[in-house]
Design a protein around this ligand. Structure first.
Ligand code: EPU
Length: 336
């Protein structure tokens, strides 16, 4: 176990904010976690994963917990249950399952973060969400130290949503199992995946081929976390009623608005398009900047952006999109 008071969290938030917590603790087993939960820790307690979806608004007055419970194991032949510890780097899991020829996680390649958080956030990309392939989530209830197992149905997964987000801090994820398969099952319907596989025999694809294509697509659009601080998409994509969408179409000179029809007369309009249309591509506030290649992402461009810089840019964007389109953008990144 690692336990450090007055700890600098720069390396634990991909935005690269220079903030501190009163106490930082890293544990590596269920027994260590149970012992910690029985202690009188500085409050509040925040459990983090890779810190890739967090914006610290300033120093954190309490305890930050981080799991390093590792291990990946495989059960079954054709249909395989893969078990991974909460502290496993999510993309290491994806790389390993693809290497073994297992379908299910390949579209989630290169998403930063760890396995525990993937089950909380219901991370998603290119037509697949973690909740589609999660079998069970093994947790500890923070207040009681009791172990609880949730089926995927119990987790109430939705777009970037789960029961764990509504009961923040109640459960701590220990490990997650995923249902994967050796049987050919690519998901190629989203956007430009097929274009990225141009010239390939789609019937002869392996999971690693799709993984490679997804990695190429992401590298073109998203900042490299090793070089530029960000937390990926900063806002969720809004879903609006069709009448509202028609009004937006009528208000745009060329009448062209990218959109995706959903059931129940709802339409999803990319937040990136709205932000771009409001003129924010490349906009700067202090050290924070709207990423040029993908306006849904706010980057710590200078490396010295403060939480206030990011929050000021966020407020400007929300206000401009509200004024121009009557749409309320909601952050995807968790504010702490
Ligand atoms: N869309 C579809 N079907 C398609 C293509 C796009 O429904 O075939 C929708 C998307 O759901 C979205 C919009 O069209 O509403 C724009 O899609 P785009 O591919 O441009 O993605 P994005 O909105 O920029 C989202 C995620 C990304 C994820 C990509 C790829 C959010 C907030 N962001 O971004 O996630 O990698 O789709 O699937 O949903 C992140 O969460 O940090 C992140 C990078």
């Amino acid at each position: 176990m690692i336990r450090i008071p007055s700890y600098d969290l720069s390396a634990h938030n991909t935005f690269g904010m220079k903030v501190k917590c009163a106490l930082y603790i890293e544990y590596s087993s269920l027994d260590e976690l149970k012992a910690l939960l029985a202690e009188d820790l500085p409050q509040p307690v925040l459990h983090i994963g890779g810190g890739s979806n967090l914006l610290f608004r300033g120093d954190f007055p309490g305890t930050v917990l981080h799991s390093t419970i590792g291990g990946i194991s495989f059960t079954g032949d054709d249909d395989v249950i893969v078990e991974a510890g909460a502290g496993v780097v999510f993309d290491d899991l994806v790389a390993e399952t693809c290497r073994r020829g297992l379908w299910g996680l390949e579209n989630l390649s290169l998403i930063p973060g760890e396995v525990g958080a993937s089950a909380v956030q219901n991370i998603g990309a290119y037509g697949v969400e973690a909740g589609d392939v999660i079998d069970q989530v093994f947790c500890v209830e923070a207040a009681t130290g009791e172990e609880v197992v949730f089926s995927a149905a119990d987790c109430a997964y939705g777009y970037r949503d789960s029961r764990f987000k509504h009961e923040k801090g109640r459960y701590i994820v220990l490990k997650v199992t995923f249902r994967l398969t050796q049987k050919y099952a690519p998901v190629l319907g989203y956007g430009n995946i097929k274009a990225a596989l141009e010239g390939r025999d789609l019937e002869a694809l392996a999971p690693s081929d799709v993984r490679d294509a997804i990695i190429r697509i992401r590298r073109e659009k998203l900042p490299d976390p090793a070089e530029t601080g960000s937390a990926g998409s900063f806002f969720k994509n809004p879903v609006i009623p069709r009448e509202h969408f028609e009004r937006i179409v009528a208000s745009v000179p060329d009448g062209k608005v990218p959109h995706f029809d959903l059931p129940d007369g709802l339409v999803k309009v990319p937040a990136a398009w709205m932000i771009d249309t409001c003129g924010f591509r490349g906009a700067v506030k202090g050290g924070a900047k709207v990423y040029e290649k993908q306006p849904l992402v706010i980057v710590n461009d200078s490396g010295s952006a403060s939480p206030d810089d990011v929050i000021a840019l966020e407020s400007d964007i929300i206000a401009a999109v509200r004024a121009r389109f009557g749409v309320e953008l909601h952050p995807e990144v968790e504010h702490v």
